[in-house]
Ligand binder design. Structure first.
Ligand SMILES: Nc1ncnc2c1ncn2[C@@H]1O[C@H](COP(=O)(O)OP(=O)(O)OP(=O)(O)O)[C@@H](O)[C@H]1O
Length: 237
């Protein structure tokens, strides 16, 4: 049984140049499910993900995992909106994190082959990763994040630049990841995607959690006028 969870944010706050961009946020995350973060542009979704992942300096409050920060960090992975590919082959992009963790190449190779098959890129294994399409890159970024078997995966708008088919393939991989027990926290602009994936959701407005609930109640019976407007597609500030 993992002791990484719960993740507790207590009055977590981020201020930059005299402006509060996040918080105070109070939140407890347990170890299961797929939490979706939605909210208007600039509301603080990325900042919240970065605070949870421990890469955003706090101006106040605390972020606590069930274990010390260094060990907790090793069990986390983060996927960005625009993934950075190493200027190496597709296969080497998957070998890289395993080598960093000290795994011998012979031991890593079957894992790499398995992940190439899961993301459907066996045929491109020798191709320079920077030549992949946007959808292929994002699947490779996901595999690179998951190959070390993190317990929690953070994603920031991973499908923002993908077409429908690539988005569907990516979502299928995400659902399989969730079902295999990896905790997922993901920001998205796409309300359809949020509904398809969420087990629970957070609505961020003005840097604070304005409303949160389990899905489908979050989407079907919003409790605040602001979330109701946002879900209708109105402009909310
Ligand atoms: N380093 C920084 N210095 C000053 N302001 C910042 C900094 N980082 C973020 N901000 C501001 O903080 C606010 C929250 O940004 P954040 O990227 O977290 O929002 P977001 O909800 O992810 O936005 P989007 O949906 O547009 O990606 C924005 O107004 C942004 O301009």
């Amino acid at each position: 049984m993992s002791n990484l969870f719960p993740l507790r944010l207590c009055d977590a706050q981020v201020r930059r140049r005299g402006k509060t961009i996040l918080g105070p946020v109070n939140l407890e995350l347990d170890g299961q499910g797929l939490t979706i973060i939605v909210g208007p542009n600039g509301a603080g979704k990325t900042s919240l993900l970065r605070v949870m992942h421990g890469v955003e300096r706090l101006s106040g409050g605390t972020v606590q995992w069930g274990m010390n920060d260094d060990h907790a960090r090793e069990r986390q992975a983060y996927v960005f909106q625009s993934p950075i590919m190493l200027r190496r082959s597709v296969a080497d992009n998957l070998h890289y994190p395993l080598r960093l963790s000290g795994m011998a190449r012979g031991e890593a190779s079957p894992l790499v082959a398995d992940w190439l098959a899961r993301i459907g890129l066996q045929g491109q294994r020798q191709m320079q990763a920077t030549r992949l399409s946007g959808g292929e890159r994002q699947k490779l970024a996901l595999a690179r994040a998951l190959i070390r078997q993190p317990e929690v995966l953070f994603l920031d708008e991973p499908c923002a630049n993908l077409d429908g088919r690539a988005t569907r393939e990516f979502e299928t991989l995400l659902l399989a990841t969730r079902d295999s027990g990896t905790r997922i926290v993901m920001a998205t602009h796409d309300l359809g995607q949020a509904k398809r994936l969420a087990t629970d959701a957070l609505f961020i407005l003005g840097g604070c959690i304005h409303e949160s609930a389990a899905a489908p109640a979050f989407f079907e019976t919003p409790q605040t006028p602001e979330l109701a407007s946002f879900l209708r597609g109105d402009i909310v500030e």
